[in-house]
Design a protein around this ligand. Structure first.
Ligand SMILES: Cc1ncc(CN)c(N)n1
Length: 236
């Protein structure tokens, strides 16, 4: 089914809902993954979390650049202000979270700077770089990345707190009220794209689904790098 067909059948939904529901199977795989379940249950092995965190830190640079470019491409001051707030959080609290966690996990700069990238990490970096030239594409990438993290974190946040700060804080960061407000804002930006032409919306739907697949593959590859092969990784 094309996204245009899906929209015609569900005209009452906002664009962000239509995009998520059109990509439902992959969205659900990302938000209800065995990796995030184990993280919330405090039973993820340190070695697995370290592997995840090293790959995640490898694209923080790309994410920061994506947000910076999106500030430059934003059509007005209000979106620039919101994105600048997110950029500040990424480059301060989130960055120091990674550094504190690496230290606690016994990882040195040699381990976490310039690691060998898994094909999924490479694809996320490439997708973000390709998307940063267009405001709509960049907002779709950010929306999937941050909305899916808010969603899985909300599912895990009610569980008994574990004692490894790096697991607990990763959930806490993604359920902060200001983070939830940022996701609400991203969804509203996406909703405002509803008047774009069919070809653009079809492209945005493809990008949205691709990002959902990359998010769940990223978790799978963290549990077992061999479980996701280069051929299975989608490219936009
Ligand atoms: C793969 C991935 N996707 C999203 C996020 C949330 N910023 C993240 N840290 N890592």
């Amino acid at each position: 089914m094309t996204f245009a067909d899906y929209r015609q059948q569900h005209p009452q939904q906002l664009l962000s809902e239509q995009l998520r529901n059109y990509a439902e199977a992959d969205w659900n795989r990302a938000v209800n993954h065995a990796f995030t379940e184990a993280l919330g249950d405090d039973c993820l092995a340190d070695a697995v979390y370290a592997r995840y965190l090293v790959q995640d830190y490898a694209f923080i640079d790309t994410l920061v650049n994506l947000v910076a470019r999106t500030i430059a491409n934003a059509p007005a001051m209000p979106p620039k202000t919101v994105l600048a707030g997110f950029l500040a959080a990424l480059t301060s609290d989130e960055n120091t979270y990674f550094l504190r966690s690496f230290e606690a996990l016994g990882l040195s700069e040699t381990d976490y700077l310039n690691p060998e990238l898994h094909p999924v990490s490479r694809a996320i970096i490439d997708t973000m770089k390709t998307s940063e030239v267009c405001y709509e594409d960049a907002i779709i990438c950010l929306c999937v990345a941050e909305w899916s993290y808010l969603s899985w974190s909300q599912l895990q946040a009610g569980k008994p707190r574990g004692c490894r700060f790096y697991l607990q804080e990763w959930i806490d960061i993604h359920v902060l009220p200001e983070f939830e407000q940022f996701v609400t804002w991203l969804r509203a930006q996406v909703d405002s794209f509803a008047d774009r032409d069919d070809a653009t919306l079809e492209r945005l739907a493809k990008l949205f689904r691709c990002m959902c697949v990359l998010e769940h593959q990223f978790f799978s590859a963290s549990l077992d790098p061999a479980s996701v092969t280069e051929q299975e990784v989608p490219r936009v």
